[in-house]
Design a protein. Sequence first.
Length: 228
Amino acid sequence: MMRYEYLLFDADDTLFDFPKASSRAFENMCRAHGIPYTPEIYRLYHEINLELWAAFDRGELTKEFITLERYVRFLKALDLERDPAACNRDYLAALGEGVYPLPHAEAVCRELKAQGHRMYIVTNAVASVQRSRLQGSAFAELFEAAFISEEAGAAKPSRAYFDYVRRRLPGLTEENALVIGDSLSTDIQGANNAGLPCCWFNPAKKPRRAGLRVDYEISDLRELLNIV
């Protein structure tokens, strides 16, 4: 018997290898704009980017501000005169072409689809990037829709974001849906806020956070088949 009809998957670091896609897209951007590319330079960008996205998760900054500001700060740190908007545009274009599924992600999703589960993407990622990546992947035929925060007018982990999802999926209930994601601060906290069951994808085996409900925890996506 199917336990969860509706499966709400995060995308980056749950289905897709985001670090791999990001580093390759960043390298392409550097090459296009004559910026030296080294692991140290990428680490600088990555730290700036993480700091800004953490502020977004806390509801302090908008996605539009972050995607440009990260390159403003990055170029300033290197004392380089480049157009940050052009750098961001070229990075996002390359990122949208970077389709690198995580181990077993496609096979697991195909099996879940065959079992009759209804699968959806729930993501805070940039809409143009996420739609391009999904369209260019095998996941396009497996997922019924992608709910992207900038189109929803709210972002994970807010209750408002999941209310948006639920309005579009009237059959979804607190008993028949499962949120699956790697982030405690957005996916798992979001499921908690929305009163939905959740499965934490934790391949690095990080410690849990006190006060946060985790219904299931897996380190390999294949374990999901034993839960749903």
